[in-house]
Ligand binder design. Structure first.
Ligand SMILES: [Zn+2]
Length: 253
């Protein structure tokens, strides 16, 4: 235990030394980076010591409650939103919570999904879109991403979303309503894309895995979930809660 603490202190000192060197001469950026460094100090001083036992437990491995796929947008904090702690959520973040169909690219998305399902054996995957999504705005306005070839190419994986909105919702003239609908449709399109991943298809087929489509409205804190029977997004609170798993229920005393 003492060795661990010494190692931790050396590590902290080395991180701080590097941070201080990197911060020198960065001018206006210093203030923004300093906030991050100050945050680490605060984390080590207040949070880590308070939850030290939890962090030590995590060394033994992870057994997350779910795979949570959401947008890279800085306004979303999956752990804060779901009130989960380190070790409880396996998280994948991409622009527009896009999930390239299996085999279309060799990338981190497929590897993360496969590892979560096959190795960690998660029982639930949540695809969570969000209000005012910049990636979905770019999808609706291709000219705005013309100078960003990587973004433009990545958005191709949401082309079905764009076509669904363009061809089926011509009557929507309000840009905010149109964006909200696009965010919702995209969650459904990406859920379909998720099902093309063999590990997901197989686990869903044997009823070991459930897929969930959510949209988070960060300005109100509301979360809407896709209700398959109603074929629409409804407040999460209105979703029927699944029956308790008998194998996980304690017998009456
Ligand atoms: Zn977004």
């Amino acid at each position: 235990m003492r060795l661990k603490s010494v190692r931790r202190r050396i590590l902290r000192a080395s991180v701080l030394a590097r941070s201080t060197t990197q911060l020198a001469g960065t001018g206006g950026k210093k203030q923004k980076m300093q906030k991050l460094v100050d945050g680490i100090h605060k984390f080590q001083k207040d949070c880590f010591s308070r939850d030290e036992k939890l962090f030590e437990t995590l060394v033994g491995g992870q057994n997350p409650l779910a795979l949570f796929i959401t947008c890279s947008d800085s306004r979303i904090d999956p752990n804060r939103l779901t009130q989960t702690r380190p070790g409880e959520l396996f998280i994948q973040r991409t622009a527009g919570n896009i999930i390239p169909p299996y085999g279309s690219v060799t990338g981190g998305e497929a590897a993360t999904i496969e590892y979560a399902v096959s190795a960690l054996k998660v029982r639930d995957i949540v695809v969570c879109g969000h209000s005012h999504c910049g990636a979905m705005s770019g999808l609706l306005d291709p000219a705005s991403v013309e100078t960003m070839p990587a973004v433009k190419a990545y958005l191709q994986h949401a082309e079905a979303t764009r076509r669904i909105v363009e061809e089926n919702y011509k009557y929507l003239t309000d840009p905010v309503e149109c964006l909200t609908l696009t965010v919702e449709e995209n969650v459904l399109v990406q859920l379909e894309s998720l099902r093309t991943h063999p590990s997901v298809a197989a686990a869903v087929g044997r009823r070991d895995l459930k897929l969930h489509g959510w949209v988070y409205e960060f300005e109100t804190g509301d979360v809407f979930a896709f209700h398959p029977d109603k074929a629409q997004f409804v407040p999460l609170a209105e979703m029927e809660q699944p029956a308790a798993d008998p194998s996980r229920t304690l017998p009456p005393i």
